[in-house]
Design a protein around this ligand. Structure first.
Ligand code: IMP
Ligand code: MG
Length: 179
């Protein structure tokens, strides 16, 4: 299916993303006011662009760490199996942890990752997701902060891929197959 021809239809512009990221960072900065123990955890690979822009706008001392979980092969099908491919480098016990995710779809990835991180006894654990497809949810989970709610479309760009392609687009677009 990944070699079917498709076009990418723009959905959220780079300018709209930048404005939303700035607003999210303002809320996050206010929420963690006075905190000097914030660890921002990016879920690889999809959140790399979002976390880079988000931390630049957070006006607090932060540490950045990464975790890679996988519930997808190279196609756009969800699975309930979540594997940790790369774990955090740092300890999070007693720390304020902000998990940064590209998109919440079925919710399996986020629910697995938050359960794993909670078991390490952080002081507080919150989630900031750039995108949310609430109509696709299979397990109940909500991010503390969400950038945009979107309909049930497969989207790419700004870090998100389709079969590892299109992560470098500066905007978010939906995949439309032409055949
Ligand atoms: P969930 O476990 O079903 O919530 O899936 C979350 C993960 O699936 C995200 O972190 C993405 O990597 C991937 N994903 C879900 N929907 C999309 C999409 O529309 N475009 C690209 N990746 C997606
Ligand atoms: Mg992901």
């Amino acid at each position: 299916m990944t070699d079917r021809p498709y076009v990418i239809e723009p959905m959220i512009s780079a300018k709209a993303i930048a404005a939303r990221v700035e607003a999210l960072a303002r809320d996050i900065t206010a929420h963690y006011a006075g905190c000097d123990r914030l660890v921002v955890v990016g879920l690889l690979r999809g959140s790399f662009m979002f976390i880079a822009d988000l931390v630049r706008e957070i006006d607090l001392p932060v540490e950045v760490d990464f975790l890679e979980a996988s519930s997808y092969g190279d196609a756009s099908h969800s699975s309930k199996e979540v594997r940790i491919l790369k774990d955090l480098r740092g300890e999070i016990a007693g720390r304020d942890v902000l998990v940064v995710e590209d998109i919440v779809d079925s919710g399996f990835t986020l629910s697995h990752v938050t359960r794993l991180l909670q078991s390490r006894n952080p002081r507080r654990l919150e989630v900031c997701a750039l995108l949310d497809k609430p109509s696709r949810r299979e397990v109940e989970i909500r991010a503390t902060w969400t950038g945009f709610e979107i309909p049930d479309e497969f989207v790419v760009g700004y870090g998100l891929d389709f079969a590892q392609r299109n992560r470098n687009l500066p905007y978010i677009g939906k995949v439309r197959f032409t055949e």
